[in-house]
Design a protein around this ligand. Structure first.
Ligand SMILES: Nc1ncnc2c1ncn2[C@@H]1O[C@H](COP(=O)(O)OP(=O)(O)OP(=O)(O)O)[C@@H](O)[C@H]1O
Ligand SMILES: [Mg+2]
Length: 374
């Protein structure tokens, strides 16, 4: 793909030199977004991290005026000019850049690079912009905490579920024996015991899930999303509109399809239950993406977006904990189970939510094989 290698327009990023091509390679693989602009503040080159940050291709950005692309940088025009004049770099922290439909907050460091040391070379200078997404750094720290907490919780819950399961069987058996000795009128009580024991049993089964070993097959994410969509269409009928926004180029990957259906189903069902009218199913690819502490070459992003009222504020810190629910009839297991499934595939579920727009995102590393240990 053409980034620094192909879209270079300035004379100072000379090619054909091994050192330069090595440097290009480094820039291409940076997670920091790097932008080169000329003295007229027109973009000359961007690296893949920039494309990822702004969800635009290099082609769409190169040649554009900086201030047209990100109008918020207009207020910095004086600083850009100073930097070109004096070669003093500057950093602006927490700069919000409004993009279509979202906002990205970045720390931006701007440096002027001259082709030569001479004063005369300044008119050929370029501006180097380094952009780090600050909300993303915060998110990464939170993710790690989330994963650690989740592992500990699941262990406790599974242990507890196991402990409840055994006496529950005995309780139910005893109630059945007792039932035989009772008159029809008295059996009402043993039936309550049996019914409640069954209810508890299915709850405990869900708590202990998914303990069974993972299947590994080649999975197509769109088949999974479509399957979930058809299941929910049957459940809710015409009440909700599903929109699809798929990237058809996403390759197949190794995973357990039933488990993924379960995870996505839990997310989509929540979206449907949140009294939204439209649910969007979206698929995207991320390159060089970090989940927890591991960086992956390719990561799938499967999103479930709804236009409901958003996740209640009171639940936000503990949303993925088992038995946390905001619904009277909810058991609060859906997200905990979905997170567990994601984690076992080496992935993660995260969300952003405000009234009118809630997006739950399943991140999955696209691997050809995995060992199932997550
Ligand atoms: N898309 C969403 N919009 C608003 N709130 C949500 C959304 N998804 C989840 N929630 C909130 O998070 C809570 C926990 O969700 P979770 O799926 O874990 O449990 P549940 O839906 O209550 O019960 P279960 O899924 O076990 O039937 C929900 O009760 C709801 O309050
Ligand atoms: Mg749920």
């Amino acid at each position: 793909m053409a980034y620094f290698g192909g879209h270079v327009a300035g004379p100072n990023l000379a090619k054909g030199d091994i050192v330069v091509s090595h440097a290009e390679n480094v820039i291409e693989n940076l997670t920091t977004a790097v932008v080169v602009a000329d003295t007229a503040l027109r973009l000359q080159a961007v690296n893949p991290a920039t494309e990822m940050l702004f969800e635009l291709s290099a082609k769409q950005m190169v040649g554009q005026q900086l201030q047209r692309l990100w109008p918020q940088t207009a207020s910095l025009a004086g600083l850009f000019a100073d930097t070109l004049q004096t070669a003093h770099s500057f950093t602006r922290r927490g700069l919000p850049l409004l993009l279509p439909g979202r906002e990205v907050v970045v720390d931006m460091t701007v440096t002027a690079i001259s082709p030569g040391p001479e004063q005369t070379a300044r008119r050929d200078a370029v501006l180097l912009l380094e952009l780090t997404q600050v909300d993303r750094l915060r998110r990464l720290a939170q993710e790690e905490e989330l994963m650690d907490r989740h592992v500990a919780q699941r262990a406790v819950v599974r242990g507890l579920a196991h402990e409840i399961k055994n006496p529950l069987g005995g309780l139910r058996g005893a109630a059945q024996l007792l039932e035989r000795k009772l008159t029809e009128g008295e059996r009402e009580y043993t039936r309550i015991i049996i019914r409640e024991a069954d209810r508890l049993q299915s709850l405990v089964d869900r708590l202990a899930e998914p303990a069974r070993p993972y299947l590994q097959t080649q999975v197509n994410i769109h088949q999974i999303l479509e399957h979930v969509r058809s299941l929910l269409l049957a459940e809710v009928g015409e009440g909700i509109v599903f929109q699809r926004d798929y990237d058809p180029s996403i390759p197949e990957f190794a995973a357990d399809p039933d488990q993924l259906v379960q995870a996505v189903l839990n997310l989509v069902r929540n979206a449907v239950q949140s009294s939204s009218r439209t649910v969007v199913l979206r698929s995207r690819i991320e390159r060089q993406f970090t989940i927890g502490q591991r960086r992956h070459k390719l990561v799938l992003r499967a999103e479930v977006e709804d236009d409901g009222p958003g996740v209640p504020q009171a639940l936000r810190d503990t949303l993925f904990y088992p038995m946390v629910t905001g619904r009277a009839e909810g058991s609060g297991l859906g997200l905990s189970i979905a997170q567990d499934i994601a984690r076992r595939h080496g992935g993660l579920i995260d969300y952003v939510s405000r009234p009118g727009r809630t997006v739950f995102t399943l991140f999955l590393p696209l691997r050809q094989n995995y060992d199932g240990t997550g």
